[in-house]
Design a protein around this ligand. Structure first.
Ligand SMILES: Cc1cc2nc3c(=O)[nH]c(=O)nc-3n(C[C@H](O)[C@H](O)[C@H](O)COP(=O)(O)OP(=O)(O)OC[C@H]3O[C@@H](n4cnc5c(N)ncnc54)[C@H](O)[C@@H]3O)c2cc1C
Length: 354
């Protein structure tokens, strides 16, 4: 079996982002890399969105970018300007195509379907394969979305809706998310934060049809793409091995309160590339622990006060737009943290903290 300097297990968002970062920074000229990925072919499977709080490698995969968004709770809508950190949506199909095209030009990079096909003994391994224990009873952000096309101009594509909480909550956290890519084309998603063992919440198709018909007033549309997924809002337990580093969602790159992961993956890839020659001896890249601490309290409050979550997220945006966006994108300073914390219902948070 062949040996490699580096092995990336899982050629998804994190695995491919890391491989691209290494390749485009000439770290694979004299080193070999095996990428282990079982999927047969790559096609569009996800839509990754985030506020662009720093530059990344994938501006040419952006499907649409917005400078304004709204957030709704019953009887209130907030309009927020995000011009300095536009909200971008990346088409995963374009992302896979761009990266695979580049990687296939380097003979030092090889693809395999299973880890049993390579000799792992002397390699540095970057592992992005999820390892979920007791997954049913833990909190997830689970969702389903449809990309629709209307026959007439319908959407204002200059502004997207981040969260519309003006909907059936069923004693959980529920909101709709609408990304208008053009006047006739939008992704409309129903999103829940709950344990996975509650199958009653998974009538996604009915939820979306109701929302399209009754809230958005869309009677006729064509569905071009369906997205379905679940993002773990908990940290995975990984075995500690000296030559194995966990990356991506498996490596703790998901923000627990929001599910945002894509930009954290890009930051982790950059950190690994910068330290690749000495990677076994440097600290692991982590999301700043203050966010894990605050998010875990928020999730505890959420478990007991699910129906108030809309109000709580709404209040985060009662701060300056830059403050809220920096906070949700792990880029807030001490004063911005305080500004957000002061908007939270203090007794509920203190109770969970104690
Ligand atoms: C539908 C969806 C939409 C999302 N939208 C957003 C968003 O808008 N913004 C955001 O910031 N985050 C978003 N996320 C969260 C996060 O960005 C994604 O989950 C992202 O794909 C995580 O990257 P990853 O590499 O950790 O996992 P993945 O991209 O899932 O990659 C893991 C890879 O491992 C492979 N694999 C599985 N088992 C094995 C095995 N045994 N051996 C080898 N390989 C294996 C899989 O085939 C897969 O390719 C979304 C998640 C989902 C599911």
């Amino acid at each position: 079996m062949k040996e490699f300097d580096y092995i990336i297990i899982g050629g998804g968002c994190a695995g491919l982002s890391l491989a691209y970062e290494l390749e485009t920074n000439n770290k694979l000229k004299d080193k070999t890399l095996a990428i282990i990925e079982p999927r047969e072919d790559y096609k569009r499977d996800k839509t990754w969105s985030f506020w662009k709080v720093f530059s990344h490698n994938f501006d040419d995969c952006v499907k649409k970018s917005w400078n304004n968004f709204t957030i709704n709770i019953p009887n209130h809508t907030k309009y927020i300007d995000c011009q300095s950190t536009p909200y971008q949506t990346i088409d995963s199909g374009r992302f896979y195509e761009k990266i695979l095209f580049k990687l296939k030009l380097n003979k030092n990079i090889q693809f395999f379907k299973s880890v049993d096909e390579v000799d792992k003994s002397g390699s540095i391994i970057f592992n992005s394969v999820p390892n979920f224990e007791n997954k049913e009873s833990k909190l997830w952000q689970h969702f389903s979305g449809v990309e629709i096309e209307t026959d007439k101009d319908f959407f204002d594509d200059e502004i997207f809706n981040l969260m519309d909480f003006d909907c059936d909550q069923r004693n959980r956290v529920h909101f709709f998310y609408t990304l208008p890519f053009s006047k006739k084309n939008a992704l409309v998603e129903t999103t829940w934060i709950s344990e996975l063992n509650n199958k009653n919440l998974e009538d996604y198709e009915d939820q979306i049809n109701n929302y399209l018909g009754n809230d958005l007033n869309i009677r006729n549309c064509k569905i071009n793409f369906i997205e379905k997924g679940a993002i773990p809002l908990f940290r995975q337990k990984n075995e500690n091995k000296s030559n194995e580093i966990y990356i991506g969602s498996a490596g703790g790159m998901t923000r627990l309160s929001t599910g945002y992961t894509f930009l954290n993956i890009q930051e982790q890839s950059r950190y690994i590339r910068e330290n690749i020659e000495n990677i076994k001896n440097v600290n692991l890249f982590k999301i700043n622990s203050k966010y894990d601490f605050l998010d875990k309290i928020l999730l505890k409050v959420l478990k007991k006060n699910s129906t108030e979550m809309g109000n709580i997220f709404f209040k985060v945006f009662n701060t300056k737009p830059k403050t809220a966006i920096n906070f949700l994108s792990n880029k807030s300073n001490f004063f911005e943290d305080i500004e957000v914390i002061l908007k939270m219902p203090k007794w509920k948070f203190l109770k969970e903290l104690i």
